[in-house]
Design a protein around this ligand. Structure first.
Ligand code: UDP
Length: 160
């Protein structure tokens, strides 16, 4: 199967996800990764780490002035996190749908937050919200050499 340039660019969209400490503690790592694999997205980066305060504060910099900022940084640094980069056509917006609304009580059943969460401060997973933030977050969390470009053999069965 040959791809033209336009198809390659569309398929190369990337987003950053992080399974937060509550998702790890609750044993939802496999379940969460499964959902993105099942949808047909391609895993290009994965690491398991304890997040430093510096990284947490940089990641949530837009929320620095919000009242929940300190608690959010404490929470994200409280236990290990799974950092992920996924690739595929429309992956940024699609991942946000798979994740569901910020407040798990408002999130639709069938979404990760809707199925597993009840509290906004324990909403299990982060996903980039736009192209610019996705690019910033991927490069904040991963070095270029930690990302793996590859093409799954099922690609022609997912994309015409
Ligand atoms: N958050 C919180 N309390 C709030 C709002 C947000 O603890 O009242 C946390 C929550 O973990 C959320 C994160 O801050 O996921 C970032 O908020 P944002 O509005 O960007 O939500 P998201 O993009 O994660 O859905």
């Amino acid at each position: 199967h040959e791809f033209n340039k336009f198809e390659e660019i569309a398929l190369a969209e990337r987003t950053f996800l992080a399974i937060k400490p509550d998702g790890v503690q609750r044993g939802l790592v496999g379940e969460i990764i499964r959902r993105f694999e099942d949808k047909g997205f391609t895993l290009v980066g994965l690491k398991f780490l304890k997040v430093s305060r510096e990284l947490a504060e940089q990641h949530y910099d837009v929320h620095r002035e919000r009242p929940f900022f300190a608690g959010l940084v404490d929470f994200i640094t409280s236990g290990p996190v799974v950092a992920l980069v996924w690739e595929g056509e429309g992956v940024i917006a699609s991942a946000r749908k798979i994740i569901g609304a910020t407040n798990p009580l408002s999130a639709e059943p069938g979404t990760i937050r809707g199925d597993f969460g009840v509290n906004i401060g324990r909403n299990l997973i982060h996903g980039s919200d736009a192209i610019e933030t996705a690019q910033q977050e991927v490069s904040l969390w991963f070095k270029e050499e930690e990302l793996v470009s590859w093409q799954p053999t099922i690609t022609p069965w997912l994309h015409e």
